[in-house]
Design a protein around this ligand. Structure first.
Ligand SMILES: [Zn+2]
Length: 312
């Protein structure tokens, strides 16, 4: 495991210096496609940011941002007082990149086993952010399962791999790509994640449909929601969630600085890009292009100022 310590000393969580006695480990993933572990340091080493995790993990490196027993702020609830947290970074092609998934997952298993040894924990003390919500100690997010589900992976499989690692047994990661395109009449996990994502987009992009019941069944209402999203993103409007629609659903529109919020700071970033004081990578450009006109302009900053939405 390639562990690099780069403490975010300006961040409020580091400055506060509150410590915890780790009772468990919470696994997250960023839902920010294309932003790898080393890129988060400059994003989060800021005095005005009270959000932090202990580490970011990608396919090559583990970047530790806080001492493991510092209290982080990663799940907006009591889990912050008990759990060490790390974020797995998602690649641009997060639904299909098996090679990346395998390497990142292996690093996550290794880090988790390392932390278990450090604090006398075992695989049963490991939960996801999603499971934290189900236990009532974390905010309502679906990570990292929303990502892993595309490769047929679950937290139970992760815990089993951590257990093997703790016993010094080798682990084998075999991600499979699940069917991508879903349409009316389909049901299952892919439809569930589609509905969740559409509900997120309904708020983020002020789409004209009522929030969907997340039941994993692709009916007429889900089709209309897909059409509304496709219209807003200027995709071909067919009501079918194919690769292009899924890719467009992968962005947290408006959250340009990837701090989990859409606010004036994001609008400012956009305006800086407009006047050439800031350069956006491809992922940030997509995220900033609120009106889907293919370029980042002042109008996008305007639209961002009208939105307040939390990361999913
Ligand atoms: Zn999370």
């Amino acid at each position: 495991m390639n562990l690099q310590q780069t403490y975010i000393t300006k961040n409020d969580c580091y400055q506060a210096g509150r410590t915890i006695t780790p009772k468990g480990i919470m696994v997250h993933s960023t839902a920010t496609p294309g932003v790898m572990a080393p890129s988060w340091y400059s994003r989060w080493n800021r005095a005005d940011l009270a959000v932090a995790v202990h580490a970011f993990v990608d396919d090559t490196v583990v970047c530790q941002h806080l001492p493991w027993n510092h209290r982080a702020w990663h799940c907006a609830d009591s889990g912050n007082n008990t759990h060490i947290a790390f974020e797995m970074c998602e690649p641009t092609d997060w639904k299909t990149n098996q090679t990346y998934f395998t390497a990142c997952y292996q690093n996550a298993v290794e880090l988790t086993a390392y932390l278990c040894r450090l604090y006398s924990l075992n695989e049963n003390h490991v939960i996801s952010h999603k499971e934290g919500y189900q236990k009532g100690i974390a905010s309502n997010h679906g990570d990292p399962e929303h990502w892993w589900t595309h490769f047929g992976y679950t937290m139970d499989m992760f815990r089993a791999d951590v257990k093997r690692k703790l016993a010094d047994k080798p682990i084998t990661v075999t991600p499979v790509i699940l069917p991508q395109t879903v349409q009316q009449g389909d049901s299952g996990d892919a439809v569930t994640s589609l509905q969740k994502r559409l509900n997120h987009m309904q708020i983020a992009l002020a789409l004209a449909f009522n929030p969907l019941t997340v039941d994993g069944i692709f009916g007429a209402k889900t089709r209309e929601a897909v059409r509304a999203f496709q219209t807003a993103r200027k995709l071909s409007v067919d009501g079918i969630a194919g690769p292009k629609t899924w890719a467009a659903l992968g962005y947290n529109y408006g959250d340009v600085n990837a701090d989990g919020k859409v606010n004036a700071a994001d609008a400012l970033n956009v305006l800086q890009a407009v006047v050439g004081k800031r350069t956006f990578d491809a992922s940030q450009q997509q995220t900033a292009d609120m009106d889907a006109d293919g370029k980042v302009g002042a109008q996008d900053a305007n639209l961002i100022l009208r939105r307040t939405v939390n990361k999913q």
